[in-house]
Write a protein that binds this ligand. Structure first.
Ligand code: CO
Length: 493
């Protein structure tokens, strides 16, 4: 066992409020905490990426890049980290390499130090570009192994993927257990195997949704993990990361127990309790609870409660259990993909469609894209009958090349579009516009998002009823605290 003390990263400024308050913490609510957060000497402060960029633009009316500068200024000592969805950047579809590179450079130029890079399918081809761009910018590439449970996700398969990440140049490798599924036994075995085979720091990131994260961290510490990720109550525990003081209490007397300043931690808790109260409209006691149901359905933190709301809005509240039972069926047919943004939304939506219209009677565009390999190589094979059905009905063939190889460079067209809209043509604007055109234009024109004018619960349009009859129907998904537009195209029948 490693003699060194284990390090904690702190996620309160990103995953903490993304998991428990729909990503609504504003920069001004973060600023008073920076002094203490920085002085504590955490391994990393996770401050950006994931859903924060979307939330800044869509709901808060903030420039996400200016948030990096403000947070770096207030906490200059500790490395800042962000979560990046590989070729998806922080959106749901693949972007061309030049857009991914420009995005990473913009974040690096603002001072982002550590880029946590993951791909929902654990397909290394979807990570190459962002890892290369991170290293070229002189920053730390932290490769993430998306953890899930399925017949094809063995310890050996995870370790081999970890080795690929290290071979691609990642300076640390992390297990990303977004749904809080990892048990202490698996955490111990997986961290031990990674430590044996890879010569870079190993981290474990989990969620306490099923109440397993803190004990899984303890097992990972025993196995020699270099760091685990914690948050601060009330933005901790439940669907978020375990609380820092709680984790220290669990490790009390352990030779690897870290020694973070309890006075500062208590002061931070007082501050964040005030912020949590201010974000009352976006918090939900359901997310604060420990619920082992997650182990049955393997849905990531925050998704279950949003999903429950979503079904209620669609008038399908009574079919919640049925939809949840359909999710593993969809997931298996889609090659056992891990459930993490964006695949969690894709599987959730498709399960809902299967229950509402009959299995595979209506297949969402993103689900078709998974089947056709447009998101990358699925961990297991896609169901043969489903593949044949989608190929036949869409008239398209499955792809086997790196998905981004099919995309033309995106920046020239983006700059033309910005010029047309009379908006600045710099890289920051271009990369934001690539992902969130309407919201970015609104921000730059100084208009406030609807929610910033009148704080209210996020809205959602109803699912189309079976009798709508339209060829293509748009509706709004609100899963994992984000509005997610999904094109639903009726196939045949
Ligand atoms: Co997380």
């Amino acid at each position: 066992m490693s003699k060194n003390r284990v390090c904690f990263t702190n996620t309160v400024l990103r995953d903490g409020h993304q998991s428990l308050a729909a990503t609504r913490m504003r920069t001004e609510q973060m600023l008073p905490a920076l002094d203490d957060l920085d002085a504590l000497g955490f391994y990393q402060l996770e401050t950006w990426g994931g859903a924060t960029i979307d939330a800044c633009l869509r709901y808060l009316g903030e420039n996400p890049f200016e948030r990096i500068s403000a947070l770096k200024k207030g906490a200059p000592q500790t490395p800042h980290g962000m979560l990046l969805r590989g070729q998806n950047i922080v959106q749901y579809t693949s972007f061309p390499d030049d857009v991914v590179e420009a995005f990473v450079n913009c974040a690096a130029n603002r001072g982002m130090d550590v880029i946590r890079i993951f791909d929902a399918l654990n397909d290394p081809r979807n990570l190459e570009t962002s890892i290369r761009a991170t290293l070229a910018a002189g920053k730390h590439a932290r490769g993430e192994i998306c953890y899930t449970i399925s017949p094809v996700h063995t310890i050996e398969a995870f370790v081999e993927f970890g080795e690929e990440l290290a071979d691609l140049g990642c300076q640390s490798v992390s297990i990303k257990d977004m749904a809080g599924l990892i048990t202490p036994k698996v955490a111990y075995d997986l961290v031990s195997a990674l430590k044996k085979r890879i010569n870079v720091p190993i981290l474990l990131h989990s969620h306490d949704t099923a109440g397993l994260a803190a004990s899984a961290y303890l097992a990972a510490v025993e196995a020699g993990a270099d760091a685990v990720e914690t948050s601060i109550v009330p933005f901790a525990n439940g669907t978020s990361q375990p609380d820092t003081l709680r984790m220290m209490a669990l490790l009390d007397g352990h030779p690897r127990c870290p020694d973070y300043d309890r006075v500062r931690l208590a002061r931070l808790r007082t501050h964040f309790e005030k912020v949590y109260a201010e974000l009352h409209a976006f918090t939900n006691p359901v997310n604060e609870r420990v619920d082992v149901d997650i182990l049955t359905y393997q849905v990531p933190g925050g998704m279950l409660s949003n999903f429950r709301n979503q079904l209620k809005e669609q008038g399908m509240a009574d079919r919640y259990e049925e939809v949840l039972r359909e999710m593993p069926v969809v997931r298996a047919a889609l090659g056992h993909i891990p459930l993490v943004t964006p695949t969690s939304q894709i599987v959730g939506t498709q399960a809902m469609l299967n229950v509402k219209f009959g299995r595979w009677k209506m297949i969402s565009q993103p689900a078709q894209d998974v089947v056709l390999g447009k998101y990358g190589r699925t961990p297991g094979p896609v169901d043969g009958d489903l593949l044949a059905l989608v190929e036949k009905q869409s008239g398209r063939k499955a792809v086997t090349v790196r998905p981004a190889d099919l995309l033309e460079p995106g920046l020239p067209a983006l700059r033309d579009k910005l010029k047309e809209e009379d908006l600045p043509e710099d890289d920051e604007t271009a990369v934001l516009y690539a992902m969130f055109p309407v919201e970015t234009a609104r921000l730059l024109r100084g208009e406030k998002p609807k929610e910033a004018r009148t704080p209210a619960a996020p809205d959602a349009a109803p699912l189309p009823s079976a009798s709508t009859g339209g060829r293509a129907t748009r509706y709004v998904m609100h899963i994992e605290s984000q509005k997610h537009l999904v094109e639903v195209e009726e196939l045949g029948s």
